[in-house]
Design a protein around this ligand. Structure first.
Ligand SMILES: *[C@@H]1O[C@H](CO)[C@@H](O)[C@H](O)[C@H]1NC(C)=O
Ligand SMILES: *[C@@H]1O[C@H](CO)[C@@H](O)[C@H](O)[C@H]1NC(C)=O
Length: 219
């Protein structure tokens, strides 16, 4: 009798495990995974960039309704580079110092869409920069860390080794129209032909879509 009772108990437990395990081991993980928060249509961020010890501060102005994105890049104790991108595929890279450098480029893709993170692979939760984050892998191009509680971006780690630490994230902040005007020397015909395809390599159109926006600088 005791052994029969034991067998019955064991079977019962086995059945219980079989019944409950589909719930506890979640056979449909992809449906339960958190998804990245879409970007607000306008925001301002200050990013501290670190590329194996070379530091930059980027003032990032993302402005989807107006189809434009601005990265103002301060190299440590060095120059400031303005990288202004329009959704029609035109970008201007310039300095505002006496060198009056400007280069423009034309690509087939616009700036990053607010939902550009759709379809990113969820990797779980990790601590980064002192925040508990959900982490996604976007097509093996970057890891995107978002604060679990506030849903704000915290950290982006590019596969090139470059890292962005998101220091501020001001939803709804917009830069005045006048600030988006590239300097006159960007429209100088000679400058333009001199500059075409010059020092800023624009990689193939397949990655171009991801490389525009704040992330081309990341690469
Ligand atoms: C920058 O990254 C390097 C590793 O690539 C690290 O050793 C260094 O501490 C980082 N510097 C800062 C200021 O985060
Ligand atoms: C794209 O838009 C910008 C800003 O309006 C403009 O300066 C540039 O010429 C446009 N490029 C094209 C190819 O139309």
């Amino acid at each position: 009798m005791p052994s029969i009772a034991k067998t019955i108990t064991t079977s019962f437990i086995t059945i219980l495990i079989l019944l409950t395990s589909p719930l506890s081991s979640s056979p449909l993980p992809h449906e339960q995974d958190p998804t990245p928060t879409p970007w607000p249509h306008q925001f301002h961020s200050i990013l501290v960039m670190n590329y194996t010890g070379t530091l930059e501060i980027i003032d990032l102005w993302y402005d989807w309704p107006n189809g434009r994105n601005f990265n103002i890049i301060q190299h440590q104790l060095g120059s400031v580079l303005y990288d202004l991108e329009w959704n029609n595929g035109t970008s201007f890279f310039y300095s505002l110092d006496s060198s009056k450098n400007c280069r423009s480029s034309q690509v087939e893709v616009g700036i990053l869409r607010p939902n550009w993170l759709d379809g990113a692979e969820y990797l779980g939760q990790r601590h980064v920069d002192g925040f508990l984050c959900n982490v996604w892998n976007k097509v093996d191009f970057l890891l995107y860390y978002e604060d679990v509680v506030t849903k704000r971006p915290v950290h982006w780690a590019f596969y090139t080794g470059r890292e962005a630490h998101v220091m501020t994230f001001e939803v709804g902040a917009a830069l005045e129209d006048a600030e988006w005007q590239a300097p006159i020397y960007c429209f100088d015909k000679k400058a333009e032909s001199d500059n075409k395809g010059a020092e800023f390599p624009i990689t193939g159109p397949s990655v171009g879509g991801l490389l525009r926006g704040p992330f081309r600088i990341g690469m």
